[in-house]
Design a protein around this ligand. Structure first.
Ligand code: ZN
Ligand code: ZN
Length: 453
C-alpha cells in the first residue's frame, strides 16, 4: 500500500491506495466544502488546481498550520484551543499539565483494553521556528496549496504534519471501531525549538509523565528525498557553547598586546579547523551520514563598543552536534585544550549540553522495533536507519530509559525543516496518515513483555 510517487519538477504523478476522499470522518461532511476564506496560491491554485475541495485531513492540516505558534512568542493558547477541539471530536479525554508558567503539555489519551500494560506515546511539538518572510514564495502562515498540491508553510515538515497525521489516524481507527490492548497517549509539547527546557525536559521529570506508564515513543524524524523513509534510533548530542575571550583594551590606533580579538581568532581557527576535518570525513566516506560526524558552526559573535576602542572582552558562540559514538569527556578535553592554547583567561559556558547517548535498539529482540519494522515491511515501506543529525525531544525520552524512534512519514520530499519555503505535498501527507493507521495498531498490540501483567 501507500506508494506516493510525486514528481515535483514535471507533471505530478500520484498513486495511492483508495486515498481520494475516503470519508471515514463521520459527521464532518461540512469539511468537504472548500473553506471560503482560504488564501489561494498565486494563479488561483489554492485548491490544488483541480477545482475540488480539500480532503478533510488536508483541510485540518492547513488550519493547524495557520496558527502562529512561532518563536519568539508562540501563540500556544491557539494551539491548546485547537487541541481541545480535537479531543472533543475524537471523544477522548485531554489533560493539561503546566510544566512551567505559560508552558502547557497537552495529553490526549485513548485507553487500551488492558490499561495495566505499558502505553505507546505519540509525541509532537506545537512550536515552530521563525521565518524570513521576504524569502518565501507565499505567506509562511497562510498554508497556501499550489497547483501541484504542495502545501507551503512553517511547520509543514517540522512537525505540524505529524501532529495532524497522528490525530487523523486515531480518528479513523476509532471510526472503524477498533480497540487495542495498550493505551495510546498523544502528547503535544511546547518549546522544543528553543531547547525543551520548559517543555519535554521538564515534563519527563513530572509525576504526570511517570503516570503515563510509557513503553515506547514515536517522535519526529526528517523527510527523505527518495522512496525510503528515514527512521532515527538515536541523536547527536547538542552542545551550545559560548567562549569568552578577555583581553587588554586600548586605543584602536595601537599595537596593543594580548587583545580579545587575537584570542577569538585562535578559538575560531581551532573550532573551524576541526569543522573542516569532520566535513572532509563525511564527504570522503560513503558509509557516513551527517549523524555520524561532529558538526561545528559559529553562530554568534559579540563584543566591542566603538571603532576606535579595543574591547576588554569578546564572545564567540558555536552550535556543535556530537554523535553518540564520540567520547564526550575526551571531546570536552579537546575544547579545553583549544581554549588554553588561545591565550590567558579564556572561559566557556554551555547553553545546551546534552550528555545522554542512549540509542534505541533496532534489533528484532526489541519487540517495539520489531512491530514497527515488520509493519513497514508489510506496507512495502523501506526504511533507512540513522542517527538524527539535529536534536528532538526524543533525547529526553531516551534519557529516562525509554525506547524512542524518530519518524516523520515523509518521502519524495526535500529536507526543508527550518528553511525558506518549507512544504509538504498533500498526497505525501495523506499517505503518512495511512502509515500511522498501520503502525499505531501494531505498536498498541505488542504482546505483554516480560515483567508486564
Ligand atoms: Zn521539530
Ligand atoms: Zn525544528
Amino acid at each position: 500500500m501507500c506508494q506516493a510517487r510525486v514528481k515535483f519538477e514535471e507533471q505530478e504523478v500520484v498513486t495511492i491506495r483508495d486515498l481520494a476522499f475516503e470519508n471515514t470522518r463521520t459527521g464532518r461532511t461540512g469539511d468537504m466544502l472548500p473553506d471560503k476564506d482560504e488564501p489561494n496560491a498565486m494563479g488561483g491554485g489554492g485548491q490544488g488546481g483541480l477545482g475540488v475541495a480539500d480532503h478533510p485531513s488536508v483541510s485540518l492540516f492547513r488550519e493547524y498550520l495557520r496558527l502562529k505558534t512561532v518563536h519568539p512568542e508562540p501563540d500556544y493558547d491557539a494551539a491548546l484551543k485547537f487541541l481541545d477541539r480535537m479531543a472533543q471530536e475524537l471523544e477522548l479525554p485531554m489533560k493539561k499539565v503546566e510544566v512551567c508558567p505559560g508552558r502547557v503539555v497537552a495529553i490526549i489519551t485513548w485507553a487500551g483494553t488492558n490499561p495495566a500494560l505499558q502505553s505507546v506515546l505519540l509525541n509532537s511539538h506545537t512550536d515552530v521556528v521563525p521565518v524570513f518572510q521576504e524569502s518565501w514564495k507565499y505567506d509562511a502562515f497562510a498554508a497556501v496549496k499550489d497547483p501541484k498540491g504542495n502545501i507551503y508553510g512553517r511547520g509543514t515538515q517540522d512537525m505540524k504534519s505529524v501532529t495532524i497525521q497522528y490525530i487523523e489516524a486515531i480518528r479513523r481507527l476509532k471510526a472503524e471501531g477498533r480497540r487495542f490492548a495498550r493505551t495510546i497517549h498523544l502528547t503535544f509539547v511546547p518549546d522544543e525549538e528553543v531547547g525543551g527546557h520548559k517543555g519535554m525536559e521538564t515534563f519527563v521529570k513530572h509525576p504526570e509523565f511517570q503516570a503515563l506508564n510509557i513503553g515506547f515513543a514515536l517522535d519526529e524524524g526528517l523527510a527523505n528525498p527518495g522512496e525510503s523513509f528515514t527512521v532515527f534510533y538515536g541523536e547527536r548530542c547538542p552542545w551550545w557553547i559560548t567562549v569568552r575571550c578577555p583581553g587588554s583594551p586600548g586605543h584602536g590606533s595601537r599595537f596593543v598586546e594580548n587583545t580579545a580579538a587575537e584570542k577569538v581568532r585562535r578559538i575560531i581557527n581551532s573550532f573551524l579547523d576541526f569543522r573542516e576535518q569532520e566535513k572532509h570525513r563525511l564527504n570522503t566516506s560513503e558509509c557516513l551520514t551527517l549523524g555520524d560526524v561532529t558538526t561545528v558552526n559559529m553562530t554568534m559573535v559579540k563584543g566591542g563598543v566603538a571603532y576606535n576602542v579595543i574591547p576588554a572582552e569578546m564572545d564567540v558562540s558555536f552550535d556543535m552536534r556530537i554523535p553518540p559514538t564520540v567520547n564526550l569527556q575526551e571531546f570536552e578535553e579537546k575544547i579545553q585544550q583549544w581554549c588554553k592554547g588561545a591565550g590567558e583567561g579564556i572561559t566557556y559556558q554551555f547553553a545546551q549540553k546534552h550528555t545522554n547517548q542512549d540509542r534505541t535498539s533496532t534489533a528484532d529482540s526489541n519487540p517495539w522495533w520489531k512491530a514497527f519494522s515488520m509493519t513497514c515491511k508489510a506496507m512495502n515501506v523501506s526504511l533507512q536507519t540513522e542517527i538524527f543529525p539535529a536534536a528532538t525531544d526524543s533525547r529526553f525520552i531516551r534519557a529516562v530509559g525509554l525506547p524512542a524512534i524518530g519518524f516523520s512519514p515523509i518521502n519524495h520530499t526535500p529536507i526543508l525543516l527550518h528553511d525558506h519555503n518549507e512544504f509538504l505535498n498533500e498526497q505525501v501527507f495523506l499517505c503518512g496518515i495511512q502509515v500511522y493507521q498501520e503502525l499505531v495498531p501494531a505498536l498498541a498490540s505488542v504482546p505483554a513483555l516480560p515483567g508486564e501483567v
